[in-house]
Design a protein around this ligand. Structure first.
Ligand code: RIB
Ligand code: CA
Length: 320
């Protein structure tokens, strides 16, 4: 359910599939005003290779043959984090899904990204819902990249909200702060969908009951992969509820009118702090004196979203 007449988006996704990445992939593929041109994977929730397998399983549920390219196995300047259990050991809810019917293309995700933006200059919307390693590597290899991209949508960071890995850092940014700082500092239009809004975009018991009762393929796939992710967030919230981090970022890409309040904030990433590495440092100073650093890297940051309308959009896709 997107705003009628919203412009058609050509989307290149970069994911660390994960349960919520899978829901974002499904939302994008069911959107009437979008085409997912290709998908790249990056190490984050799971290895980039496992993320590719999980992405291909999700595409099987969609009946889609979108190209999938495996990307960076490790961050630009850091070792991968130890595997977590937020998304299950395999990153897709340990749902014992059948092996995917397609294989990755064999092209590296960074090569895929750079090839496509040169083939379709100015047309592609980049969507990143994992660590920003592939985008950072692409910027290092091709300084022309910002000029060749229409827009960049990033799920990551925390502006006023607490982090979810450390008190100050959100997972995607924390995994590769150097890459994130390259992405934020580049001269292209970046929208940063941070925990400040994603922690309030929840599937709750009502929606979950609807999905459980549905025979629709994407609803059944969702309820197969959701359990570990749902259990962890329900424990955190004290009632049955689960956050839709990556799907909300996709919803905002598909329909920017979902943002009810936005700010343009100069935002950089801490890469050396003992307590704050991975923190997204947004400049919210009300006045900036002439003698102080002036904003140089404004990002578009949604601060309030129409969560009910977004959840309705997501449910439409999962029940389609
Ligand atoms: O912090 C939430 C983000 O980290 C989401 O993209 C989730 O999939 C993990 O990658
Ligand atoms: Ca993700």
């Amino acid at each position: 359910m997107t705003t009628p007449g919203a412009e058609r988006k050509l989307i290149l996704m970069d994911v660390d599939t994960g349960v919520d990445d899978a829901l974002a992939i499904m939302l994008a593929h069911r959107a009437p005003n979008a085409q997912v041109v290709a998908i790249g994977t990056v190490t984050g929730n799971v290895s980039s290779a496992q993320a590719a397998t999980n992405t291909l399983k999700t595409l099987d549920a969609l009946g889609a043959d979108t190209p999938v390219a495996v990307g960076a196995a490790r961050a630009i300047a850091r070792e991968p984090l130890p595997p977590g259990n937020v998304h299950g050991a395999d990153g897709l809810g340990d749902a014992n899904l059948p092996a995917p019917g397609h294989a990755p293309t064999g092209e590296h995700a960074v090569d895929q990204l750079l090839r496509l933006v040169h083939e379709r200059p100015g047309e592609l919307s980049l969507f990143a819902s994992g660590p920003l390693t592939n985008l950072g590597l692409a910027l290092q290899r091709d300084p022309e990249l910002p000029r060749l991209v229409k827009e960049v949508m990033v799920m990551g960071g925390a502006i006023i909200a607490a982090g979810n890995v450390t008190p100050t850092a959100e997972f995607n940014i924390y995994c590769d702060p150097e890459a994130a700082d390259l992405v934020f500092a580049a001269d292209w239009p970046v929208t940063l969908v941070a925990l400040d809004v994603t922690m309030r975009a929840l599937l709750r018991s009502e929606q979950l009951a609807t999905l459980r009762a549905s025979e629709r393929p994407l609803a059944r796939f969702t309820m197969r992969i959701l359990p570990p992710y749902l259990a962890l967030y329900s424990q955190r919230f004290g009632s049955e509820a689960v956050t839709m981090h990556d799907p909300l970022a996709m919803g905002l890409l598909l329909d920017p009118s979902l943002a009810l309040e936005r700010a343009r904030l100069d935002t950089r990433v801490e890469t050396a702090g003992e307590l704050t590495t991975g923190m997204t440092v947004a400049d919210r100073r009300p006045l900036i004196g002439p003698g102080y650093d002036q904003p140089t890297h404004p990002l578009d940051i949604p601060l309030e979203v129409d969560a009910p309308r977004f959840i309705a959009m997501l449910m439409d896709a999962l029940l389609s």
